[in-house]
Design a protein around this ligand. Structure first.
Ligand SMILES: [Zn+2]
Length: 328
């Protein structure tokens, strides 16, 4: 098992960030896929570990038509210590690793982690960073593109995830892995999937199928028989989303699932007074759209994100530009 970085700790054994290096070793990696930059984002960690096992089994299956034709790097858990201690950030100093790129090889621990991740992944042509939103908001499985080129727009659809969402590049957050990858060429993708702090097996299944479909459609694996996609794929460009922002505090309750279409005026959820138990407001959809994000943290303050709808037509919602970086 190759190691991204070996680290020492004040009062315990050394520890590593291991990764998988699969497929033909005599050529540069075609794909690098990363998860667990945030230590509470379990869906991506689980799916990438399962994917590594799937590809390793494919290599030893002995079936001549089923092959892994290209070299694939998989880093299931960048924030390995955060995962083991149930921390979103790096446990020693509470640093968000996704604010440390491009990092520094002779810097502090999180700077060295960032530099090591970038150094290994920059060799690949396709790069994918899997995130799981945060512990407040659940995201349907989706590909996010930031100021993409036409190759990235076309390739994003090969994952077969139910939504591809295009945004302008975030000019404030320039030290994320996804942002720094852009300077390395190739094609770069962010995937969002589910709710942090827990595992959602149905989202994991969608993501796993999407990654295998991607490997198949790009010719990295051959000989698999894949089921047809059940869901339609929808591409959402700039100004095709609407963020529902809370106008008051309370306890927010919703029984909807992300990934469903709602009509204008359809019920999204209710806000209750946490002491009297009376309903303060009923939240309804301001426009028809795909419910891509939904608040799962019930404690609600004024100005919090309740839900995000992806709309077929332009919605001209500037607020969404501001909070779209959430969870990354
Ligand atoms: Zn994240």
């Amino acid at each position: 098992m190759p190691t991204l970085l070996n680290m020492t700790a004040p009062l315990r054994d050394n520890f590593d960030i291991p990764y998988h290096d699969l497929g033909p070793q005599d050529r540069p990696p075609r794909l690098a896929i990363v998860a667990g930059v945030h230590g509470d984002e379990l869906n991506g960690v689980f799916v990438l570990a399962r994917l590594a096992d799937f590809l390793a089994q494919l290599q030893i299956s002995g079936k001549p038509d089923q092959t892994l034709r290209e070299r694939v790097l998989i880093i299931p858990a960048v924030n390995v210590l955060g995962l083991n201690t149930r921390n979103r950030f790096w446990p020693f100093d509470k640093i968000n690793i996704n604010r440390m790129f491009p990092g520094q090889t002779d810097g502090e621990t999180t700077q060295r982690i960032a530099a090591a991740v970038l150094n290994v992944t920059r060799q690949a042509y396709y790069r994918v960073d899997v995130h799981t939103s945060n512990q407040d908001t659940e995201e349907m499985p989706q590909v996010r593109l930031y100021d993409p080129n036409d190759d990235e727009r076309a390739t994003a659809c090969l994952f077969g995830l139910p939504a591809v969402i295009e945004r302008g590049v975030n000019t404030r957050l320039t030290n994320t892995l996804g942002h720094v990858w852009r300077q390395c060429g190739g094609e770069n993708f962010i995937i969002q999937c589910g709710l942090a702090g827990a595992l959602q097996p149905h989202h994991c299944e969608t993501l796993f199928r999407g990654l295998v479909a991607f490997l198949d459609r790009t010719g990295m694996v051959t000989g698999l028989t894949l089921a047809e996609d059940e869901d339609d794929l929808h591409y959402f460009g700039l100004n095709q989303s609407f963020a529902i922002i809370s106008e008051q505090a309370g306890i927010f309750v919703s029984r909807l699932n992300v990934g469903r279409w709602v009509q204008a005026g359809e019920w999204i959820g209710d806000i209750y007074d946490g002491f009297s138990g009376r309903m303060r407001a009923q939240i309804t959809a301001p426009a028809a759209g795909l419910l891509s994000s939904l608040r799962r943290q019930p404690l609600l303050c004024e100005g919090d994100l309740i839900a995000r709808l992806l709309t077929v037509g332009e919605s001209g919602d500037r607020m969404d530009q501001i909070i779209h970086g959430q969870g990354q």
